[in-house]
Write a protein that binds this ligand. Structure first.
Ligand SMILES: [Zn+2]
Length: 285
């Protein structure tokens, strides 16, 4: 008689103090995330035709090199991590360079306090800063992780724009238990932050939607410039077979954000005019 009651009490207590808080946590209201764009460098005189197919051959633009900071719910999240390797600074004649760990300090963030980094894709200028944020958990598409740690380096593989040291750091982080693979399209990464795929800038690039009033889509290189959105043109780095997919993805980004105004492109300096900006930091929301 006594035993079943004790068992029942344990079960009830367990449900109250263990199971309930967990399931509540999974369904908690989405944090009121703030979103900032941080400009950490410029690649001057970049050929526009390298971003928008068919642009006049002599037209050049200054590429903004950007990472995005999302804060809320006790987390400090980066979408992309920039780069810091000297060879890229030299190769692309980079100006106004601020190492990503210094750049986040411009937004009042201690680099050691970054909890999560969502990587849009594995290119050197997006994944090249992960080693500067050693405490962070890295979120990357499962197929992107698998391809660039494997088949990309086999015969017939493609690894243009992928830096070997970044891949090695990614593997080290995985071994340390600090990589989370995001498996495909329309997946919630953190409460209110969802990842989307659909076109191949790299093997499995992703962009995110940050829920809130209002919602925003951070496109990274899945949409380089406002002009791509406006003229419905794929990014120039998409293979011809992937261009329609990229155009469809851009249309979907506008739907997900609720307005083209709230899709934030990957390399457009205009975002630092579009949103209130102080120094290196544009306050998106
Ligand atoms: Zn890029």
């Amino acid at each position: 008689m006594k035993k079943p009651i004790t068992l029942l009490l344990i079960l009830v207590a367990g449900a109250l103090f263990s199971v309930a808080p967990h399931s509540l946590h999974a369904q908690t209201a989405v944090p009121a995330y703030s979103i900032d764009a941080i400009r950490y460098a410029t690649v001057p005189n970049f050929p526009l035709a390298g971003l928008i197919p068919g642009a006049p051959a002599d037209q050049k633009i200054d590429l903004a090199m950007v990472m995005w900071l999302i804060r809320g719910g006790g987390r400090t999240i980066l979408f992309d991590s920039g780069f810091h390797r000297q060879k890229f600074i030299d190769q692309f004649h980079v100006t106004d360079f601020l190492s990503p760990d210094k750049a986040v300090q411009k937004a009042g963030v201690d680099p050691a306090s970054v909890t999560d980094i969502i990587i849009s894709h594995a290119h050197w200028d997006h994944m090249g800063g992960i080693d500067l944020f050693p405490a962070a958990t890295i979120w990357i598409q499962k197929a992107e992780y698998e391809y660039y740690t494997g088949a990309a380096w086999q015969a017939g593989g493609r690894h243009g724009g992928i830096e070997t040291e970044d891949v090695q750091e990614l593997v080290r982080r995985n071994i340390a238990g600090k990589v989370r693979e995001v498996d495909g399209d329309d997946k919630e990464i953190l409460p209110g932050i969802r990842a989307y795929t659909g076109a191949r800038h790299t093997f499995a690039s992703q962009y995110i939607r940050v829920e809130g009033q209002p919602a925003f889509v951070l496109a990274s290189d899945n949409c380089y410039l406002y002009e791509n959105l406006k003229s419905h043109r794929a990014g120039a780095t998409f293979l011809p077979a992937d261009a329609p997919g990229n155009i469809a993805a851009q249309r979907r980004m506008i739907e997900l954000a609720g307005s083209a105004d709230r899709v934030v492109p990957g390399h457009d300096a205009e975002q630092f005019k579009h949103f209130p900006t102080v120094g290196h930091v544009a306050h998106i929301r």
